[in-house]
Ligand binder design. Sequence first.
Ligand SMILES: CCCC/C=C/CC(=O)SCCNC(=O)CCNC(=O)[C@H](O)C(C)(C)COP(=O)(O)OP(=O)(O)OC[C@H]1O[C@@H](n2cnc3c(N)ncnc32)[C@H](O)[C@@H]1OP(=O)(O)O
Length: 359
Amino acid sequence: MGACQKDFESAVNQVKLLKKDPGNEVKLKLYALYKQATEGPCNTPKPGLFDLINKAKWDAWNALGNLPKETARQNYVDLVSGLRSSSDSSSQVKSEADKKRAGYDTLVITSEDCITKIMLNRPAKKNALTTQMYREIMLALEAASKDDSTITVFTGNGDYYSSGNDLTNFTDIPPGGIEEKAKNSAILLRDFVDCFIDFPKPLVAVVNGPAVGIAVTILGLFDLVYASDRATFHTPFSHLGQTPEGCSSYTFPKIMGPAKAVEMLIFGKKLTAGEAYAQGLVTEVFPDSTFQKEVWTRLKAYSKLSQNAMHISKQIIRNHEKEKLHAINAEESRILQERWLSDECMNAVMDFFSRKAKL
Ligand SMILES: CCCC/C=C/CC(=O)SCCNC(=O)CCNC(=O)[C@H](O)C(C)(C)COP(=O)(O)OP(=O)(O)OC[C@H]1O[C@@H](n2cnc3c(N)ncnc32)[C@H](O)[C@@H]1OP(=O)(O)O
């Protein structure tokens, strides 16, 4: 039997009470079914190419074609009911996660053996970094700088370390338009990178798989970079109409020499883990089959070393460059703010979403 109007209205209200954001794909489905159930087939004009959000909504609604209103209503009710049951069961799992560290939606943070581990946790999206994720990472670093761990470790959940900046960050345009978006993003980028420049404890990257964009550049500010032999390192800035960030315009030439830095940062050459090791970006490469075991055994041994000596040594090694790094970060962020407004950059982002281009 089809869903009655009452069931439908109740489902509409339940959506507002969902504990967990169901993600953009599901939200688009809900939107499309709601419109179909209440207004029938889509017959409004298609939004312009640059109006990415409204275009995605229109596409989703239009894709329902002539689906009858009653069927759309029933599909909406079924979809919401599925979301409710998965959200109920995930809240049981969450109580387990709460034992780890509450308050983070995009990261899993654990502390064990004097090591705080910050794991990027959007495996279905290759751990692409959303605005929320940048903010949670900053909070996690702030907390880790004050907790009683000796070492802080970054890693990724799933097959990727991170695919860099989440390109949907560019599609969520505030009322002030794209200029305001670019300005806010530049502030966020600058604050984010500043947290790495200032982080007082030894910072270790456990690069479990491919890394792209800012997930690579920021490695120049880490103290150890351990990589699986499955990892790759790719900074396709020119492909995206963008320019280097994460202080890489300074750290990469310093680490690997200007010629190799140019290959990566200007021409977007993707490095294997072995190449990144040969060029000094990676400390050591491990076979993927034994990666986790070898790395964590090593880190557990390091974490027992004298905490104060390690922190003071880091200060001696890093402090004399801090001011310079902050200035470079400010300059890179300022330049990117302009780049994000360029046609080159906007077209590259649109290409990605229309699936014309993949790195
Ligand atoms: C505010 C601070 C700004 C700082 C700026 C930093 C600059 C950068 O970081 S530049 C680098 C930006 N990153 C990219 O351009 C990577 C884009 N992604 C890809 O090219 C591919 O997804 C991949 C090569 C990483 C993986 O390809 P693969 O075929 O294996 O998997 P997919 O099906 O493409 O990915 C699965 C799923 O994840 C979504 N996704 C992956 N990466 C991103 C991303 N960076 N932004 C947004 N979404 C991403 C992808 O769309 C898929 O989603 P669906 O399952 O919904 O289709």
